[in-house]
Each structure stands twice: as structure tokens, then as C-alpha cells.
Design a protein around this ligand. Structure first.
Ligand code: G3P
Ligand code: MG
Length: 289
């Protein structure tokens, strides 16, 4: 299946650029990867929400960034060593603070680690979902879990066909993306990268593997950025940059023609871009007939 075919429905549904992609939901304002963060992101006009997928000891897909529980919850230890029932008893708003620890306004409010299914159900259908499969390429055990997540994710998509119209899967681990491609070639895939290699080389890996989008880190999005966007578009690849929390930087990236801005502050980012350029318009790649 050609890349262009895989993307067509997305390009038709979200022709405006750049896409505002809410990183872990509106995670700059409320606890990340919670239903509260995803609902707020949708209310704030995000085009997509980005979320992180991990797997429980009893094989459920849950939405949490870290491999361990300490940073965002009142739990301890590895996510994959807990059952879903155990994780659902934790407070996912426990550590969130906007004033460096003076107050914890979301503690005890009942925020939970959501399952992937719960997130899909709570994000309105006009908002796309960028599910990032967590799998550390340098850790064989974590990579195995990444494969298990990939298999369960594909099975989930096959049971929920309408999800196809709005699901983009990303990962730092190309093995995860290759497994998904093998199991279900119609799912659009994005490779996330860090600037360990020059930006053009990062893009080259995406082209080589035949993925559909390139998710580079903003820190490494350097003087090669404009050329890389042009080259990506010639290959019919989208470029979505993470994580951009300074509105002026989002405006710079938008001027370079990137397709999506992955941000913890979707509302502020969208407003800054609209202030700079007016209402977002169709641009970049268009659907082929
Ligand atoms: O998918 C983009 C971004 O989320 C990748 O980094 O660590 O925030 O999941 P991380
Ligand atoms: Mg992520």
C-alpha cells in the first residue's frame, strides 16, 4: 500500500496546518495522560492528542509515559509488574503541581491511569489519536513488551474499525512499527527520533523504512529543518515536531512548513499560530484522488 493511500483520509479530515497535537493531552495544565488532559485538549481545539502506551502484567493496554509509577502517581515500581486492577487504584493526579510543590491541586480528585480503550471512548471522534508505543530499543525486555503492545494495539484496531479513521501510531522503536506494518499495513506509522544523528539522517531512516511520518525532537531541529521538511514532503511524509512549549518557537516551525506541533499547551500554541498567520489553512500535503 502506498504511503499516499494510507494518509488520504487524514489529509482530507485535517487539511489545516500545522496540526496541533496535544502531548499527553493538555499536559502543561493538568496531569498528563489522564482523561482530564485528553478532554481538555479536545476542548481547546487540538487536532490530535498524543498518548503513551504501556502494558500491564495481565496484558492490558494502559496510557502512561514512564516505565515506573513514581513520577506521576502515588504508586511504586514498574507498570508492567502491576495488574490493571492494581494500577486503577492509583492516583494519577498525585504529583502534579503548577507551583513547584507548594500545592497539588489534583490529589484525591479521582484521576486514574486510563486504559487505551477509555481514552479512545472519551476523545471526541473529530480529534485524531497519536498513540506512541513505548519500547526502549536498547532494552531487550522492554522491546518484547513493545511487541506485545503492538500486537494488542492492532487487535484493538481490528475490533474497533472506526478508530482507523483517526489513529496514527508512533514509536522510537522501528521494530514496533515494522510489526504493526506486517500485521496491518493500512495503519499510518511515524518514527520518533532524538538528535543522536544529523536531522537529514534521521529523515533518511524514515524514508528507508517506508513509514508515513517523521517525529523529530525540536532540540535537534536545526538549520537543516527547512530542507528536511521539503524533502519529507517530496516523499509524501509528514513532519510533526516534539515537544514545543514556547509559542514563538511553534510559530517559527509553522513558518518552516512543519505539519504538526506536538505541545503540552495546545491552546496557547494554536492561538500563537493564528495570531501570526490568521486562521490555519489547508497547506502541505494534499490527498491524492
Ligand atoms: O511522540 C512524541 C513524544 O511524545 C516523544 O517523547 O518521551 O514525550 O513520549 P516522550
Ligand atoms: Mg510520547
Amino acid at each position: 500500500m502506498e504511503t499516499s493511500t494510507r494518509w488520504n483520509d487524514f489529509l482530507r479530515r485535517w487539511p489545516q496546518r500545522p496540526w496541533i497535537i496535544a502531548h499527553r493531552g493538555a499536559s502543561g495544565l493538568v496531569p498528563e495522560n489522564t482523561l482530564t488532559a485528553f478532554v481538555l485538549a479536545a476542548e481547546q481545539g487540538s487536532d490530535f492528542v498524543e498518548l503513551d502506551l504501556r502494558i500491564t502484567s495481565d496484558g492490558h493496554l494502559v496510557v502512561l509515559h514512564d516505565a515506573t509509577l513514581e513520577r506521576t502517581t502515588d504508586g511504586r515500581g514498574f507498570v508492567h509488574e502491576h495488574t490493571l486492577a492494581e494500577l486503577q487504584r492509583l492516583d494519577a493526579g498525585f504529583t502534579f503541581t503548577l507551583d513547584r510543590g507548594t500545592t497539588y491541586p489534583f490529589r484525591g480528585l479521582g484521576l486514574r491511569i486510563p486504559t487505551f480503550e477509555e481514552v479512545v471512548a472519551c476523545v471526541p471522534p473529530h480529534v485524531g489519536i497519536n498513540a506512541e508505543v513505548k519500547s526502549a530499543p536498547w532494552d531487550p525486555a522492554d522491546r518484547q513488551r513493545g511487541q506485545a503492545i503492538a500486537e494488542r494495539l492492532v487487535a484493538f484496531v481490528q475490533r474497533h474499525p472506526t478508530l482507523r479513521e483517526r489513529l496514527l501510531v508512533s514509536s522510537f522503536d522501528h521494530a514496533v512499527l515494522d510489526t504493526i506494518r506486517q500485521l496491518d499495513p493500512a495503519i499510518p506509522l511515524a518514527l520518533c527520533t532524538v538528535p543522536l544523528r544529523p536531522l537529514p539522517e534521521q529523515l533518511h531512516r524514515v524514508v528507508e523504512h517506508g513509514y508515513d511520518a517523521f517525529h523529530p525532537m525540536d532540540v535537534g531541529f536545526d538549520e537543516h529543518g527547512a530542507a528536511v521538511v521539503t524533502s519529507a514532503h517530496l516523499h509524501r511524509l509528514l513532519v510533526n515536531v516534539w515537544t514545543v512549549d514556547v509559542p514563538e518557537r511553534a510559530v517559527e516551525l509553522a513558518a518552516l512548513g512543519v505539519d504538526g506541533i506536538i505541545t503540552d499547551y495546545p491552546d496557547a500554541t494554536r492561538r500563537a499560530i493564528e495570531r501570526a498567520f490568521g486562521p490555519r489553512r489547508p497547506a502541505g500535503l494534499v490527498a491524492t484522488s
